[in-house]
Ligand binder design. Structure first.
Ligand SMILES: [Zn+2]
Ligand SMILES: [Zn+2]
Length: 213
């Protein structure tokens, strides 16, 4: 099968690390878990550029997978989760994306909402830069920003389930939220390409294999 993109190619090659499959999504441990066992991705089967491109009729399915993952992480690691998406590139704005194929990060024990709040304000180092944070339910806001096509966004959900979409009209570094989590935990190995940490990925598989259904 031909691969849609870099993430698609990894999925094709590593089907055996998929822990669960629904009609439109896979759940698999991430490559480059930064020392965090249980770090998962929910990945769209189709090559959508991000949440903003996922059809509305798949929102319920995705919410169901998040709820399932939250429960399984709680049962197996006794931890709450941080959820985020590094948004896609829109009109030349790079939304801090690691890969332009829709995927949500599910990270046990992380919470960098405060750090992001502080960091964003410092990024307004030029006139006319802005960000806008909306506290939302669902994923509709990502589609709105995507359709407007003039800015980018990322999504972050706190462990207490507050979901926020952040629209930005400026450059956000690659793997932005991963870098924040790494900084908080004094980890240097945030770049998944340089530090795939397959031993930890395998531990996640060993622990969670067969727990999704
Ligand atoms: Zn793809
Ligand atoms: Zn990502």
């Amino acid at each position: 099968m031909e691969s849609c993109c870099e993430l698609g190619a990894i999925l094709n090659k590593e089907k055996d690390r998929v822990l669960f499959e629904s009609d439109n999504f896979f759940i698999a441990p991430t490559i480059g878990p930064m020392g965090i066992e249980g770090y998962l991705l929910i990945i769209s089967k189709k090559c959508y550029s991000g949440l903003g491109q996922i059809p509305e009729n798949q929102y319920n399915e995705l919410e169901g997978l998040i709820t399932m993952a939250r429960g399984i992480i709680k049962d197996n690691y006794n931890q709450d989760i941080q959820i985020f998406e590094h948004g896609p590139r829109v009109c030349g704005f790079k939304g801090g994306s690691c890969l332009d194929h829709a995927h949500l990060h599910i990270v046990p024990g992380a919470n960098v909402v405060d750090e992001i709040a502080v960091d964003l304000m410092y990024r307004l180092d030029d006139k006319n830069l802005f960000y806008r944070v909306d506290r939302v339910e669902g994923f509709q806001r990502s589609a709105e920003i995507k359709q407007k096509g003039i800015s980018s966004y990322f999504m972050v959900e706190a462990p207490d389930k507050r979901r926020m979409f952040v629209e930005v009209n400026f450059f956000i570094p690659s793997q932005y939220i991963r870098q924040m989590i790494a900084m908080q935990n004094s980890i240097n190995e945030w770049d998944w390409k340089k530090f795939p940490q397959r031993n930890i990925l395998q531990k996640t598989i060993d622990k969670l294999q067969g727990k999704f259904s």
